[in-house]
Design a protein around this ligand. Structure first.
Ligand SMILES: [Zn+2]
Ligand SMILES: [Zn+2]
Length: 380
């Protein structure tokens, strides 16, 4: 796939990727997904998204070729590849902060490298392709257990770890009320994973009815449409005896709908990096001393954050890109034991060649789309 500018992607024949560093591998892609965060790229919201680049940070594939320094991966291994590009050796990787690797994206001080996520995230071509170059091949790529469905495996590259980490960062305690903003795949997974921590209620808020319906069934949670409410903050206060939720999780990010000031200043005037509406709601509807966990994607420059309320309520904000590699052993176990069913999120399978239709379908929320898997025609 090839980015041609906002709202324009198409398939083109690009040169075969090559080993550029002795620790690289070339992977023949068997599955790749379109992520909600790819829509921020598609809509032209992410700085330095260059024409000609290939998106895709959620993919599985078969190792085609390895560089001379690669020791663990073998040609023919079927692997899932975490969305983070991480060196495995720097100070941050050593702490398990694989999303904040210091080496894989030396132009940035915040985020590490991410496959197919603009030059802001290192300029790596992604996996919505037939072949992809994977740096630090001994660090990220993980052999798919033989009894695991590749559809489950591809969702372990981002959706499951990001949803799980969103819940984990919320510090959910027994009996808590958890509110998740955003019923995209990540929000639905966060709501599902929240139950691992023993809350008494999990509530999800969105404005797309079919997604709320899906979330209610998949994550066994309460689901409400904010378009039906005068004010979601008042609604949530009322629902929690006026205390506020114990934990709020923002799985929306910078393209939130629903608040005129935020939308106008962020998405129309571009005075801030998108509209931080979901984050505002999270801060305003969490209880005093509560925790707000953020995994929604925001652009780096700046957003209008309600700092007064954060200070006066004594809120803890926890946020990060998921550290996929750190979480994988636990999450593979959850999938193998049947406690998690990631592939249940997949609603569409589309040939890679039809990429522009696939983006349009997902971006416009047509055909009750939750999660799309792209299948390259070279698949085996
Ligand atoms: Zn993703
Ligand atoms: Zn590193």
């Amino acid at each position: 796939m090839n980015y041609r500018g906002p709202y324009r992607v198409r398939t083109v024949q690009k040169p075969m990727p090559e080993i550029l560093h002795p620790e690289d591998a070339i992977i023949r892609v068997t599955r790749s997904c379109i992520c909600g965060s790819d829509l921020h790229l598609y809509h032209g919201m992410v700085p330095d998204t260059r024409v000609g680049s290939t998106f895709g940070h959620e993919f599985t594939g078969v190792v085609e070729e390895v560089g001379p320094m690669v020791q663990k991966l073998k040609v023919g291994d079927h692997v899932l590849v975490p969305f983070n590009v991480a060196c495995g050796k720097c100070n941050f990787c050593k702490q398990g902060l694989f999303g904040n690797c210091h080496e894989s994206n030396t132009m940035a001080t915040a985020v590490g490298g991410i496959f197919g996520y603009s030059h802001t995230a290192g300029g790596f071509d992604g996996g919505q392709a037939e072949y992809v170059r994977v740096p630090y091949a001994d660090v990220g790529p993980t052999v798919i257990p033989p009894d695991m469905d590749p559809d489950d495996a591809v969702l372990l590259t981002d959706v499951v770890p990001t949803g799980y980490q969103a819940a984990e960062m919320g510090g959910i305690k027994e009996g808590d009320t958890v509110v998740v903003f955003g019923a995209g795949p990540i929000g639905i997974m966060a709501a599902r994973c929240a139950w691992f921590f023993g809350p008494s209620r999990v509530i999800i808020i969105d404005h797309v009815d079919y997604r709320l319906e899906f979330a209610k069934n998949y994550a066994k949670c309460e689901a409400y449409n904010f378009k039906d409410m005068e004010d979601p903050v008042v609604f949530l206060k009322k629902a929690t005896d006026w205390y506020g939720a114990d934990v709020c999780i923002d799985c929306v990010g910078c393209e939130a709908e629903g608040n005129t000031l935020q939308t106008f200043s962020g998405r129309v005037m571009l005075m801030q990096a998108g509209a931080a509406t979901a984050f505002q709601w999270a801060v305003n509807s969490v209880k005093k001393g509560g925790i707000v966990s953020v995994v929604g994607v925001y652009g780096p420059p700046f957003n209008l954050a309600p700092i007064g309320n954060i200070v006066n309520k004594g809120i803890t904000i926890r946020a990060n890109q998921a550290s996929v590699k750190r979480l994988l052993p636990k999450l593979i176990d959850h999938v193998q034991s049947g406690r998690l069913n990631p592939k249940g999120l997949i609603t569409h399978r589309i040939p890679l060649e039809e990429i522009s239709d696939a983006y349009r379908l997902f971006s416009s929320k047509l055909d009750n789309c939750i999660k799309t898997v792209l299948i390259p025609s070279t698949k085996h």
